[in-house]
Structures are given as C-alpha cells and as structure tokens.
Design a protein around this ligand. Structure first.
Ligand code: IPE
Ligand code: IPE
Ligand code: MG
Length: 246
C-alpha cells in the first residue's frame, strides 16, 4: 500500500512551509554547474504544488530566495531571477489547471523589474483560484518582516492611531506579510540541513519540523506524503499534557 493511502484527509496540516534546499549539491553530484541544479529544482516546486493541491492542503509557502541570498555571486542571483521569470511564464497553465492562487511574501520591491512585472501578472490572473494558495517567499527574511512590522506599529502609536496597550499578538499578526494566512503547521527542509535560516520566525512558533536528506531537485510527491504521514503520527500538545488533549 502506498503512503498516500495511510494519510488521514481529516487531519491534514492547513499550512505547509518548505525550505527548498540542496540545488547546488545536487548539481555538484552530477558534475554540473549550480544553475542546472536550480533549473531541476523547479520540478520539485511542481511536485510540491500538485501534491498539496491533490490532497486538499489550503496553504503552501515556499522559500525561494532569502534576504541573505543577495550575498551570493551576482551571476547566480541573475540565474535565479531569470529562472523565476521563465518558470512563472511556463507554469501559469499548471496553476490554472490546479485552481491554485499565487501570492508572494518578502521585500519584493527589491526584485528585478521584469520579475516584479511577471509576478504581478500571474498573481492577478490566478487571484480567484480557490483550491490552494501557493506563496513564494522572495527576498524574504523573518527578521526583516518583524522589523517592518515594528516600524509600522510604531508609526501608528506615534500618530495616536493605537495605544501601546493595544499591541497584542493579533495586532502583530495583522502587520506581517502572512496577515491573511494561518500559522505554519508543518515545516519541511530538504538536503539534510537542520536549521531555520531566517524563515517565518514568528509563524513557526508551534510548527512541527520535518527534515529529509533528499535534495530539492529530487523532491517528489511521495516525499511530501512521507512528511505528512510523519506529521500525523505526532501529538501536538501546545503546552498542555497528553491527557488534556485526548
Ligand atoms: C536552494 O539550493 C536554492 C536557494 C537557496 C535559492 P542551494 O542553492 O542553497 O543549494 P546548496 O545548499 O548549495 O546545495
Ligand atoms: C535557505 O537556503 C533559503 C532558501 C531555501 C531560499 P540557503 O541554502 O540559503 O540556507 P543557508 O544559508 O545554507 O542556511
Ligand atoms: Mg542551500
């Protein structure tokens, strides 16, 4: 029996987030340039998107480019940005067929104009799609997001729009890039690294972590199923005792 048949459709994570890592190492293993790993990595994206849509998971957030990734060689950044544009053009059809809406989080104003334009178009064309929301984290950093939130709230306090005592978790949530999304239930990272790398720091407060040694270009729906099956075996206690939640 396949793993997917053991997945309980009534206990699915509502929000899956993935740190898509290992493109460079995949390429090196094949004796190829890093660019080839990034290109092959787009297949992993397709597998994750279709896998979530088929299962009925409503939110998938993919870490595609971090604020720290701007420190990579310019040539590699250019390759990644061009790949973003060509993938958006190529995969619009897949998004439409699967009833998927595209969103972004991050400081996307810093992306090349061509990428901004293409993103805007695909977001607009898919905005009424209902089955799954795929959010690309682009020029995203968890600390940058929290800083931005602090600045916005400080301005409102300064202008007497809100008082400091009104600052609570819900107000902070409303100022995050993810303001209209639920917290992350399941965080997956590929390539064997076991770190968060500045991804969704606030939103993963109670997420379950799943690490796999699979390199991102090799990621298949079956790996997503493994992660979800593993997630469903865990007991999420949110600070309570096991007896309390039974
Ligand atoms: C993930 O693969 C893609 C991005 C971070 C943009 P990497 O490029 O980090 O691959 P490794 O970690 O060098 O193998
Ligand atoms: C994290 O991967 C960012 C993305 C997947 C986009 P990195 O490969 O950049 O992470 P570190 O720097 O090795 O932690
Ligand atoms: Mg990496």
């Amino acid at each position: 029996m396949e793993i997917i048949e053991h997945i309980d459709r009534n206990k699915l994570p509502q929000h899956v987030a993935i740190i898509m890592d290992g493109n460079g190492r995949w390429a090196k293993k094949q004796g190829l340039f890093r660019a080839a790993g990034h290109k092959k990595g787009t297949q992993g994206v397709k597998q994750a998107v279709e896998g979530c849509a088929e299962l009925g998971i409503p939110y998938l957030t993919l870490y595609a480019f971090s604020t720290e990734n701007w420190n990579r060689p310019k040539k590699e950044i250019d390759i990644l940005m061009n790949l973003l544009v060509s993938s958006l053009k190529k995969e619009l059809k897949t998004l439409q067929e699967n009833d998927v809406a595209l969103h972004t989080i991050g400081n996307t104003d810093t992306l090349p104009k061509k990428a901004q334009k293409e993103l805007k178009e695909v977001i607009e064309k898919t905005k009424t799609n209902k089955r799954l929301r795929v959010t690309l984290a682009l020029s995203y950093g968890g600390r940058e997001e929290i800083l931005k939130t602090l600045q916005e709230i400080s301005i409102k306090v300064k202008n007497n729009i809100i008082s400091p005592s009104e600052i609570d978790e819900s107000l902070i949530n409303r100022h995050l890039y993810t303001h209209d999304m639920p917290d992350v239930d399941l965080l997956i990272r590929t390539s064997g690294e076991q770190r968060v790398s500045n991804f969704l720091l606030w939103q993963i407060a109670y997420a379950e972590f799943y690490f796999t040694s699979v390199l991102w270009p090799d990621f298949k729906k079956e790996h997503l199923h493994d992660a979800i099956y593993n997630y469903q075996k865990r007991e999420r206690r949110f600070g309570k005792t096991s007896e309390q939640i039974k």
